[in-house]
Write a protein that binds this ligand. Structure first.
Ligand SMILES: NC(=O)c1ccc[n+]([C@@H]2O[C@H](COP(=O)([O-])OP(=O)(O)OC[C@H]3O[C@@H](n4cnc5c(N)ncnc54)[C@H](O)[C@@H]3O)[C@@H](O)[C@H]2O)c1
Ligand SMILES: O=c1ccn([C@@H]2O[C@H](COP(=O)(O)OP(=O)(O)O[C@H]3O[C@H](CO)[C@H](O)[C@H](O)[C@H]3O)[C@@H](O)[C@H]2O)c(=O)[nH]1
Length: 331
């Protein structure tokens, strides 16, 4: 019998490409499905890349017939929070509607394991800034709602058939592949670590600090930053867990402690060797003051142990990738 393969939707994107790299290193066979709307062909370091839409039921059904897929890892999504506020239906179409179509194909093909990219944005503004998996979900933007609806579809579908799933609620993902092959290449980035790296090398003139009057130690927003390679490793742990017969689970993926915007910028300044120009601005709409994972469950359930929990290391990694990107652009 041929070896089971993993279908990775969105595997040409930032996080998916890091997971694909680790799957390949672990000897897994991978098929990537990506429409390249925000992903990059060259980010897929191996396996097969099929260019197409995850909501295309004919295409996905054919793929699931053609390849011996035992697990689907579903990353494909639109991910920019402010864009989800201005164009919500586009977010529901991809993150919820296309996910529904994918799940329908998976159910028909009797796929047993799904690993789903969820987000800390499902919590909205949790009381006290910390969120465990039992914290009430109360998203404050269409992006978070679109992802939560997909979690619910997974829950309900899994209850009706033999499918089991792990939904990982990522906190703030940053950094790049330790071997420097791939990283975050997203155009018009909005995420702090990436923006800070761009400002360090002069791709943008400064970093805006959105809000200096939050009820936090230094007045700026606090987040739980997780290195993308640690997050990718959590996906491999989720795969092993499901293949071992583990029950469906929703798990926070973070480190369990937070850093402020100013602390992130200080780490980036240290990585760069000089300070980064900043511009203090008003709060950005919809930003919680503090969002930090309670993450005992992922460690207990998957046996996942973070190895790169170091803000300076993450900043150096993000900066190294930004320099590589700039060099590529120049050549
Ligand atoms: N980056 C973060 O901090 C973060 C945090 C929480 C959750 N997530 C989730 O992680 C996943 C990956 O995010 P990312 O940061 O790598 O984003 P990304 O934009 O780099 O990757 C998304 C990938 O999906 C592809 N895609 C989008 N729509 C598609 C469609 N309809 N059909 C096929 N392919 C499609 C894109 O081309 C891209 O390659 C997303 O589901 C996102 O919601 C990301
Ligand atoms: O240029 C910037 C960008 C961000 N920030 C601040 O930095 C912090 C982090 O903001 P990001 O935009 O980097 O990330 P978010 O916390 O807003 O959201 C990200 O992480 C969430 C989970 O925590 C979701 O997964 C979401 O998809 C993803 O965009 C916030 O306090 C924000 O106000 C700035 O001050 N300046």
């Amino acid at each position: 019998m041929s070896k089971a393969k993993i279908l990775v939707t969105g595997g040409a994107g930032y996080i998916g490409s890091h997971v694909v790299a680790q799957l390949l290193e672990a000897g897994e066979e991978v098929v990537v499905l990506d429409n390249l709307s925000t992903g990059f062909r060259e980010a897929v370091l191996g396996g097969e890349l099929i260019i197409g839409d995850v909501g295309d039921t004919e295409l996905v059904s054919n793929l699931l017939r053609q390849y011996p897929i035992d697990t689907v890892m579903h990353f494909a999504a639109r991910t920019i929070v402010p864009e989800s506020v201005s164009d919500p239906l586009r977010y529901y179409a991809t993150n919820t509607g296309a996910t529904r179509n994918l799940l329908a194909c998976c159910a028909r093909a009797d796929i047993r394991h799904i690993v789903f990219s969820s987000t800390a944005a499902v919590y909205g503004v949790p009381q006290g800034g910390h969120a465990c998996e039992e914290t009430p979900t109360n998203p404050i933007n269409p992006y978070g709602t679109s992802k939560l609806m997909s979690e619910w579809m997974l829950r309900d579908l899994a209850a009706s058939c033999a499918m089991r799933y792990v939904a990982l609620r990522y906190f703030n993902v940053a950094g790049c592949d330790g071997r420097g092959r791939i990283g975050q290449s997203t155009a018009k980035a909005t995420l702090l670590m990436k923006v800070a790296a761009e400002a360090a090398i002069g791709v943008r003139p400064h970093v805006a600090i959105y809000g200096t009057d939050y009820p936090t130690a230094d007045g700026t927003g606090v987040r739980d930053y997780i290195h993308v390679d640690d997050l990718a490793a959590a996906h491999l742990a989720a795969l092993a867990y499901l293949r071992d017969g583990g029950a469906s689970a929703v798990l926070n993926a973070g480190y369990g402690h937070g850093y402020s915007v100013r602390e992130v910028l200080s780490a980036m300044s240290r990585a760069h060797g000089q300070s980064i120009p900043v511009l203090e601005q008003d709060r950005r709409a919809g930003d919680p003051p503090e969002l930090i994972a309670r993450c005992a469950r992922i460690r207990d359930t998957l046996g996942w142990i973070p190895r790169l929990d170091d803000l300076d290391l993450i900043a150096r990694s993000a900066l190294a990738w930004e320099k590589r990107l700039a060099a590529r652009r120049a050549s």
